[in-house]
Design a protein around this ligand. Sequence first.
Ligand SMILES: NC(=O)c1ccc[n+]([C@@H]2O[C@H](COP(=O)([O-])OP(=O)(O)OC[C@H]3O[C@@H](n4cnc5c(N)ncnc54)[C@H](O)[C@@H]3O)[C@@H](O)[C@H]2O)c1
Ligand SMILES: [Zn+2]
Length: 662
Amino acid sequence: MDKLTRIKQLVGQLNQYNYQYYVMDQPIVSDKEYDVLYDELVALEKETNILLPDSPTLRVGGEPLKNFASHRHTAPLWSLDKAKTEEELLTWDARVKRLLGENQVPLEYVIEHKFDGLTINLTYEGGELVQAATRGNGAVGESILPQVKTIRSLPLSIEFEGKMEVQGEGLMKLSVLEAYNKKALDPLKNARNAAAGALRNLDPKVTATRKLDAFCYNIGYSEGTSFATHMEMIDFLRKNKFPVNQYIKLCSSITEVIAEIQQIKDKAKDLDFLTDGLVIKINDLRVREQLGYTQKFPRWAIAFKFEAQEVTTELRDVLWQVGRTGKLTPSAVLEPVDIGGVTVSRATLNNWEDIQRKKVKKGCRVWLRRSNDVIPEIMGAIEEECEGAKEVEKPEYCPACGSEVIEKGAHIFCPNTLSCKPQMVSAIVHYSSRDAMDIEGFSEKTAEQLYETLGIKDIADLYQLSYENLISLERFGDKKAKNLLQAIEKSKDCRLDAFVYALGIPNVGRKTATDLANYFKSLEKIMEAQYEELITLPDVGGIVAASIVDFFQDEKILGSIQRLLDKGLHPKYQGEEKEESIFTEKTVVVTGTLKNYSRKEIKELLEKLGAKITSSVSKNTDYVLAGEEAGSKLDKAQEIINAGVETNLRILTEEEFETMIK
Ligand SMILES: NC(=O)c1ccc[n+]([C@@H]2O[C@H](COP(=O)([O-])OP(=O)(O)OC[C@H]3O[C@@H](n4cnc5c(N)ncnc54)[C@H](O)[C@@H]3O)[C@@H](O)[C@H]2O)c1
Ligand SMILES: [Zn+2]
């Protein structure tokens, strides 16, 4: 293909993607796929000097929708040039310095998050928010004032009275998106499009249901004030109570910028809002004026893009796997794809209902998102690319044992708890795991042998195994058999919390098992616990409480537990574990904000160290642990010490505390 043809093809394709992304808020390719084509176009245009008039490299964003009134911005809005590597960043910096020429001042740079939402431009006049608009094509956007007013963090009135345009990004917090998707009939695939789609919805009531947020980062125009630097401008925004993200870093060289990027790059995944990189800007606004703009970007700023955490790929198949509780979970088989530097070929689809809601079919292209290094999740299908795709069939029979399955809520179960192999094998492995009964020597392989060769169909059967049984198994010698028998015997004398965990109650992890043991102190009491009482425990919510109650109402389970007890199992409550420490029996007051502990964490740690925690300071207090911005309690402690009365009271900083417990 000759280059002109390819250029025409790319322009056509990218304009189509732009339309889907900017106008419809329904992208059909990932940003990564878009960027690859865009970069190819930029390179070809440079090489051939051919620039088609409708090339996306000449234009900002997309055209405004006719349904909204259009709004002409006083100061135009721009796109951002981007760098993906340190070299590209250095090239940008060199270009800036070259443009500034000889007698330039040393440059300062600010780094901010690059929020991935919808650009909003807010107009204030006489201290009131009078207009809000999308970026549109940079010169003209859509007027979306009622929609923007649903964002509670944006001020409707401010102190400053001149005319001013404030730019920011409207977004949906990731936790809000997750909560929304749990209930939504039509789950949202991505936080950016969720925010963009909500703000460009004609009905502000719909916008309000999405509970959007915003961060402001620029003043495009302001009457009667001027700022020397970006930092000054940001201060002004903060003073006028605009939502400004707390992260902003001032650097005095490009080397410092690069070091900072290295520092915070990996932390971006943990933020509660979507970002697609960082923005680096020259701090001095007069220098910005000198540098000016290209057709599309400011020359004084650049986006440093991170590796995408969202990609698209093909869903090839869905396999159903049977877990310990008999639940069938769908596991997606994908065409292998690189996501954030890792190649993945499997992903989670939570359950049958999830597959329906997300409208995914075998052969569809799907959106895949990776967060916090867990297994990536399929967010939804690209409906335009599901042609010829086949429905995922709802399993009628267990893939492992062939039993007819049953449905409970959104989930599908194999009811054959007695002879469905994966259920029994994983139940044995869980029961004997270190945090549970700690029976050494139970690999998955061994559990399979017991199931297949010895016909173990119930955990209680483990206590019936004989030396002859075990020695008859493949890869079992005298020593291995004896050790295993001994470990099984030893487990009869077990701790209550370990036993409760070993039972494998759905939604009850090790921590909850310990809490239950500490609270109820005996197996009988836990088995009889009522829902109302369970939910009074600190970390037990409705779902966990209901699982516990249901579990102990199941006849089969009660039978199993009884058989275990008949075999001589004796779960004992051992009392709460407390470490002997300098804090044992000491009275401690915590005040102010600690850097390394939340209130709950420090309370738990101190309790574990044996301290008594109280809330008011007196001369009988032993320690006041004072974090930042400690107030009246710290003053009171100081007073007591200064008064010279007889007291053991000591004030500790967080650092001192940490050295003491080392
Ligand atoms: N998937 C698709 O189909 C598709 C289509 C078009 C564009 N895109 C994506 O969008 C990118 C280009 O889009 P663009 O021009 O809208 O955006 P951009 O990536 O060029 O960035 C400019 C925007 O960044 C935002 N921003 C966020 N935080 C900021 C901060 N701290 N300071 C300044 N600005 C900040 C602003 O809203 C500004 O408008 C492409 O690289 C591509 O990844 C994807
Ligand atoms: Zn089964």
